[in-house]
Write a protein that binds this ligand. Structure first.
Ligand code: FMN
Length: 383
């Protein structure tokens, strides 16, 4: 007899042969491993991801879109993989913008234990870091089933004390939508972000999300340029203020407008009634040569004022980066590529390990900058 472990739902099975499917969560054998080989460290998760994503992503310690990285070398005229659009300037700009900002050390003052707790859309979270909306992992070497990927992100985020967003892509349809299927399996504890599809299709997707008890919904407005969606018979569109207003009014859930890079457009979305402005250039995947998100974030915060909830993503790799984004005006910070790698490498366990690591480096950054609580992160800790 051997002991087998499902990395999505953590069930264990004592059988001679490796089970082909997890009896508890129905994840297939790709998520089942010898219990003795369960990853206990981030390095182990990354090593597993590196093997599974061979030729697509080498899970480098620095994920920055530089030309020497597999994902960016592959970008010209080839599937985008995990890279950035075109020459990768936008992907790189995210990391460069963050690296250009420094944290002010503060060493004189009372000793304290940093408190990372926060609230987002009425949810109490242990720390202000969420798994961003991503989709399509199934297409990377067939390393993971798409629904298992989505479940891994949702469950791993919940286990870490936070919440996961889920994406939408060309092989997701109204009838067969892995993000929504995973939401259903997780009691709706997640937030689906849909591509800017036809309004009627979006309304049906939103209704399904509501019926599953999802905690919010949103649209990645920056997905409007996706040609692959149209090629697969699922056209996407630029959305007018009127379209956004219509969807906000239609939905009973808090509404997220993702892909905002300009103060004027952030304001338009606020005026249309959205609950959250998600500052993002889609990890540099939709337009070459944008600024980094850390550059536009303070301008957007200044425009919309302190009461609007803002999320940001793009190039965030450590708790130090998270603290910089909070100090620049974000309420919560999202992680894209790192969470994909964590889910492929270690299922929900990998996602939890990754998020816990981010929380611990965030705590360290808060301690060394004299930031006792999340809401105290402001420009005074930046240099
Ligand atoms: C492979 C991949 C797939 C993605 N799919 C989606 C998606 O379906 N919907 C969405 O809103 N954003 C999607 N994104 C963008 C992420 O939500 C996020 O904006 C971006 O990855 C953040 O940058 P980072 O990867 O540097 O952390 C995707 C990103 C990657 C790398």
């Amino acid at each position: 007899m051997s002991l087998w472990y499902c990395s999505v739902c953590h069930s264990e099975f004592s059988t001679k042969e490796k089970p082909s499917v997890c009896d508890t969560c129905q994840s297939d054998e790709r998520m089942i491993m010898d219990a003795m080989e369960k990853p206990h460290t981030l390095d182990a998760v990354r090593d597993a991801a590196r093997k599974k994503m061979k030729g697509i992503c080498a899970a480098y310690p620095s994920c920055d879109g530089n030309f020497d990285k597999i994902c960016q070398k592959e970008a010209y005229g080839k599937p985008i993989g995990l890279g950035g659009a075109g020459s990768g300037q936008s992907f790189r700009a995210n990391g460069i913008a963050l690296a250009d900002i420094r944290l002010n050390m503060s060493v004189v003052g009372d000793h304290f234990e940093p408190d990372t707790k926060c609230s987002f859309l009425g949810l109490d979270l242990d720390f202000p870091v969420l798994a961003s909306s991503t989709a399509g992992a199934e297409k990377y070497n067939d390393a993971i089933d798409e629904t298992a990927f989505c479940k891994s992100v949702l469950l791993g985020s919940k286990e870490a004390g936070t919440i996961g967003l889920r994406g939408d892509t060309w092989f997701y349809t109204l009838e067969n939508h892995p993000s929504l299927r995973a939401m259903k399996g997780c009691d709706g504890y997640g937030i689906p972000i849909f591509k800017p599809r036809d309004q009627d299709v979006l309304k049906q997707l939103i209704e399904t999300a509501e019926s599953y008890g999802c905690r919010g919904v949103g649209i990645d407005l920056d997905g409007a340029g996706s040609t692959i969606m149209a090629r697969h018979g699922q056209p996407v569109f630029k959305k007018s203020v009127k379209d956004i207003e219509e969807l906000v009014r239609f939905s009973s859930l808090p509404f997220i407008a993702k892909g905002i890079m300009r103060p004027d457009e952030a304001q338009k979305c606020v005026d249309a009634g959205v609950s959250v402005i998600a500052v993002s250039n889609h990890g540099g995947r939709v337009l070459d040569a944008t600024p980094g998100t850390a550059q536009v974030l303070p301008l957007i915060r200044e425009q919309v004022g302190p009461s609007v909830t803002i999320t940001v993503d793009g190039g965030v790799r450590t708790g130090y980066d998270v603290l910089k984004m909070l100090a620049l005006g974000a309420d919560v910070v999202l992680l894209g590529r790192d969470i994909i790698r964590a889910a492929v490498g270690g299922g929900a366990l990998g996602v939890r390990l990754h998020l816990e690591h981010i929380q611990s480096t965030l705590k360290k950054a808060m301690f060394m900058t004299g930031t006792k609580r999340i809401e105290m992160a402001d420009s005074t800790i930046l240099f």
